[in-house]
Design a protein around this ligand. Structure first.
Ligand SMILES: CC(C)(COP(=O)(O)OP(=O)(O)OC[C@H]1O[C@@H](n2cnc3c(N)ncnc32)[C@H](O)[C@@H]1OP(=O)(O)O)[C@@H](O)C(=O)NCCC(=O)NCCS
Length: 387
């Protein structure tokens, strides 16, 4: 029996070490590089290499890495067959894209000849294959939902397009503008890694039993889906849509304030706000907000009004609750403005965070000890089964 007081939600508990990322109120750092620097100067492929391999790629390393991603984009037939079978389930609503993506990753494990090999070399190769294939899963799934012929079934996209641009192309069949590709690329950089968040911690717990990478990623996807974690980008946009339905298209400050006061009175959690670590604001949110707003300004007044609504919600939250938006709040508005279907926002988060998860799984395997905390028992003790 233990006498220590348990920490609810493990808040503030240092559960292990990592060389991959530091999440601090003052800075977000990936392997030594600060997030504003990466968002401004790096591409997602460079950041993916940095996280997975451990250093900034040379020009040659980057070229080789990008070629490897392109070469591994296409899906095995078992995965495509499952996607086709899942399409009616997605349409009837008993499955959502995160569930289907989770099952696809499981199938990718079944079809990967190295699935049971946890050596560093095999893990790195599997990480690259997963990074390459997840956008293809998302794209094919969206094509099936939309009733469109699957885009690039045999190749997983256009070899000339970078990771972010190709994801947009796979989802719609249309080549994206340079601006849309850039903004998606930045959002992927911002989402790529965040130390011991719930899904990454899940992946490390699974990896620490010496289970395999595909299994650990499958568990991580299930953890990311929840609206308190990655699912918040979809939930934030659904909340703004609900506000629009309730309040009409005009951003009447009185009506917005009344809506917010009602939400506060109902003790409602506003999605896309708050963070376990960043109590005074999330570095990533303002970065993405600025980029998303520029797209909205080009797209027209309807989208600018959406951002203005978001800004009013942010102001009221800051003034009255001192709670600030996390990256999921501007992400919802930005992806919506780009015309991306809401249920794919969290799968797109997976397309990025796969790099952070795999880096952590490899770090865990490289210096492993089973993760097994203890619980404080609060149940009864003296019950008798007989009599
Ligand atoms: C992220 C989150 C789970 C962190 O939770 P946490 O560290 O456990 O923080 P708590 O839930 O203990 O919040 C502390 C206080 O702030 C309030 N709060 C936190 N986030 C809030 C939100 N989004 N809306 C309204 N109130 C919020 C809590 O109700 C609580 O108030 P109380 O002390 O009066 O009960 C939480 O902020 C949340 O649910 N946010 C919405 C979902 C979201 O955006 N998730 C993505 C995170 S990147």
């Amino acid at each position: 029996m233990t006498t220590a007081t348990p920490t609810r939600g493990l808040e503030g508990v240092i559960a292990g070490e990592t060389e991959i990322c530091s999440v601090e109120q003052g800075a977000l750092i990936y392997r030594g590089y600060e997030i504003h620097d990466l968002a401004e100067h790096a591409t997602f492929e460079e950041v993916a290499f940095l996280l997975l391999v451990g250093h900034k790629p040379s020009a040659e390393e980057l070229r080789f890495f990008k070629d490897e991603l392109v070469a591994n984009r296409a899906l095995p037939p078992q995965c495509v067959d499952y996607l086709r079978a899942a399409a009616p389930l997605l349409k009837q609503g008993s499955a959502v894209p995160m569930d289907v993506l989770r099952t696809c990753v499981s199938i990718l494990g079944n079809t990967d000849a190295e699935s049971q090999d946890n050596s560093p070399e095999a893990n790195l190769r599997k990480a690259k294959r997963l990074t390459a294939k997840i956008p293809t899963i998302i794209g094919h799934m969206q094509n099936l939902i939309d009733g469109r012929e699957i885009v690039s079934l045999n190749t997983g996209g256009d070899a000339k397009l970078g990771h972010a641009a190709n994801l947009l192309y796979l989802m719609s069949g249309e080549k994206p503008s340079a601006e849309h590709a850039h903004v998606l690329d930045v959002s992927l950089i911002l989402y790529a890694e965040h130390d011991y968040n719930a899904s990454t911690f899940t992946s490390r717990v699974i990896a620490a039993t010496l289970s395999d990478m595909h299994g650990a990623v499958t568990g991580a996807i299930a953890a990311l889906k929840g609206p308190l974690h990655g699912g918040a980008n979809e939930a934030a946009m659904e909340m703004l849509k609900e506000m629009r339905r309730d309040l009409g298209p005009e951003n009447d400050p009185k009506k917005i304030d009344a809506w917010m006061q009602r939400a506060f009175a109902e003790k409602r959690k506003l999605m896309g706000f708050g963070h376990r670590v960043y109590k005074h604001g999330d570095h990533r949110a303002s970065l993405l907000h600025a980029l998303g707003r520029k797209i909205a300004e080009r797209k027209g007044p309807e989208f600018v009004r959406l951002f203005e609504l978001g800004e009013q919600v942010q102001r009221i939250m800051a003034e009255q609750k001192q709670i600030y938006p996390n990256v999921d709040f501007p992400c919802g508005m930005t992806y919506y403005t780009m015309g991306i279907a809401v249920p794919q926002y969290t799968p797109i988060f997976v397309a990025s965070r796969i790099t952070g998860w795999c880096a952590h799984i490899m770090e865990q395997h490289a210096n492993n000890r089973l993760i097994r905390p203890i619980a404080q028992y609060t149940g009864p003790r003296d019950l008798k089964w007989k009599g």
